[in-house]
Design a protein around this ligand. Structure first.
Ligand code: ADP
Length: 499
């Protein structure tokens, strides 16, 4: 259905948050924010300068070094709960922004894009409140006198959080909430394409919480590379990055100059393995197709390679194609829309390039493979299934970041595992079987950070998420995602004589 799109946001005038002040860029510059569903400019964002980045670094460093933020857990918990309330009170506005600048369907905003991520706030407030910051290692007599030893955990320091445009609020919150709970101070630099979601957090922080000046700074810029200034600055203690593997590699290389700690959540090319005993291949592939649609294929953990038993390949391809042709891309604000647009014309060009490469390499487009005629204005692309794909083709090895599934045939379980693991990535995956034990044993052999067994949904604020191999370093969310923002120190003192 083609409903009119009237979600312009002239009323939303977001600002940078630097040292507790909501303000424009130092040179007064702005840049356009484009709605990918319409191609129209919906408003502007301040365009931060290198001076603004410098001011944010100074503010975050000063707040960490000269206030008791990192030591006052009770106050931090109070502030996080205030932010939780502010986000809950402004939920419809956050959803409007996400539909408008991400092109995310309302259905995705009600779940993964906005509503689910708000759970990070109570979750990490509780973790900080109950965390055992110090633990005893008892006494030992290693070299000389007996010593009493213990560890203390404390905030890493100043964190630079650099985030992408695909699920911005989820990723922004997955970084800043545990970092703040741990006692870090933060500079958040969102993607060029999605400034408002991040800046709206800054507005709510400034207007509705007691978070002190400098503890969190939020800077948006039209310069994609401005974050490099954060990465190479010796006053930054940690870089928490989510984005492409190529950029992650560059960030790690740049961070090596100061040996700055990095957390990296990068690309994926995950496999959904449909074992040969399943009754219903459509049911077994539903998660892969629905997940793909909800973010228009722009998600690192999507299972974009569907591995089908060779004996049932044609049946499987037909079943998946039937599911995919039922998904009609449309206006993100319409209640029934499951799939919105790609983020930009450049992203659509990239997807089209991959589809062309598949045809060139001998694969077959089963459905999609083109722009939908009924949505001529935005950056839409039809859900696309490519068959007769072998795992060495570019569309099987490289992350497309568009609504494209590739179907690959395998001979037996060992072959399926080998194909799943024949990837530079190791982020996620799924196995579906009529026999749960068999599914689980196949799932355990796939080297990735998360796995779905028989449709189980692993996503949640308490579930650690991250990748093996080129999919990243470290874990976000869950307890592990809190520990990323902590340093561990060890202490010892002489054993005092007991009376
Ligand atoms: P995309 O190519 O889709 O924009 P990226 O992984 O390049 O994805 O971008 C993710 C985030 O990293 C964005 O906020 C982007 O501006 C930022 N970024 C890109 N290149 C660099 C870099 N060399 N140093 C620091 N940040 C970067």
């Amino acid at each position: 259905m083609n409903t009119p799109m009237n979600h312009t946001h002239q009323a939303v005038q977001e600002l940078l948050l630097i040292n507790g002040e909501l303000r424009g860029a130092s040179n007064g510059a702005f840049y356009d924010n484009v709605n990918p569903a319409t191609g129209q400019v919906i408003g502007v964002s301040p365009d931060a300068t290198t001076d603004d980045i410098e001011a944010a670094i100074v503010a975050a460093r000063t707040a960490f070094d000269t206030t008791d933020w990192s030591r006052n857990v009770e106050f931090r918990v109070h502030c996080i709960r205030q932010l939780q309330q502010a986000l809950a009170d402004h939920l419809p506005q956050l959803i409007d922004i996400t539909m408008a600048e991400v092109g995310a369907p309302r259905m995705a905003c009600d779940t993964i894009q906005v509503v689910e991520p708000l759970k990070f706030l109570p979750y990490y407030a509780d973790i900080a409140a109950n965390f055992q910051w110090s633990s005893s290692l008892g006494e030992a007599n290693t070299m000389g006198g007996p010593a009493e030893r213990w560890t203390e955990q404390e905030a890493v320091g100043v964190v630079a959080a650099i985030t992408p445009w695909n699920v911005p609020t989820q990723i922004n919150l997955a970084k800043i909430v545990p970092a703040l709970a741990a006692g870090c101070t933060v500079i958040l630099k969102p993607a060029v394409e999605t400034p408002w979601g991040a800046l709206a957090l800054g507005r709510l922080i400034a207007n509705h919480t007691d978070i002190p000046a400098g503890v969190i700074n939020i800077v948006a810029s039209s310069d994609k590379l401005i974050g490099r200034q954060l990465v190479i600055d010796p006053r930054i203690d940690m870089i928490s990055f989510t984005g492409s593997t190529d950029t992650g590699r560059r960030i790690m290389a740049d961070a090596s100059v100061n040996l700055t700690k990095v957390f990296l959540e990068l690309g994926g090319k995950s496999a959904c393995i449909v074992l040969d005993d399943v009754d219903d291949i459509a049911g077994a592939s539903f998660g892969a197709v629905f997940g793909l649609a909800m973010v228009c294929g722009q998600g690192c953990a999507l299972t974009t390679r569907v591995l089908l038993p060779r004996s049932r390949y044609d049946e499987g391809v037909a079943a998946i194609a039937a599911l995919m042709t039922g998904i009609v891309p449309g206006d993100p604000t319409a209640a029934g829309t499951v799939m919105g647009p790609l983020i930009s014309a450049a992203q659509r060009d990239r997807v089209e390039g991959y589809v062309a490469s598949a045809i060139e390499q001998g694969a077959r487009i089963v459905c999609g493979g083109k722009r939908p005629e009924h949505m001529p204005d935005g950056f839409f692309y039809e859900p696309t299934l490519i068959a007769d794909v072998t795992n060495d083709m570019r569309v099987a090895q490289e992350e497309i970041f568009g609504p494209v599934l590739v179907a690959i045939a395998y001979d037996d379980d060992d072959h399926a595992v080998a194909i799943a693991n024949d990837s530079e990535f190791g982020l996620s995956g799924a196995v579906v079987s009529a026999d749960e034990g068999r599914a689980l044993s196949v799932a355990r052999r796939v080297r990735t950070g998360t796995m779905s067994v028989n449709g189980g949904v692993w996503y949640g604020c308490d579930v650690p998420f991250g990748g093996y191999k080129h999919s990243g370093i470290g874990r976000e969310m869950g307890m592990a995602g809190f520990s990323e923002y902590l340093e561990t120190r060890a202490f010892a003192k002489p054993v005092t004589s007991k009376s």
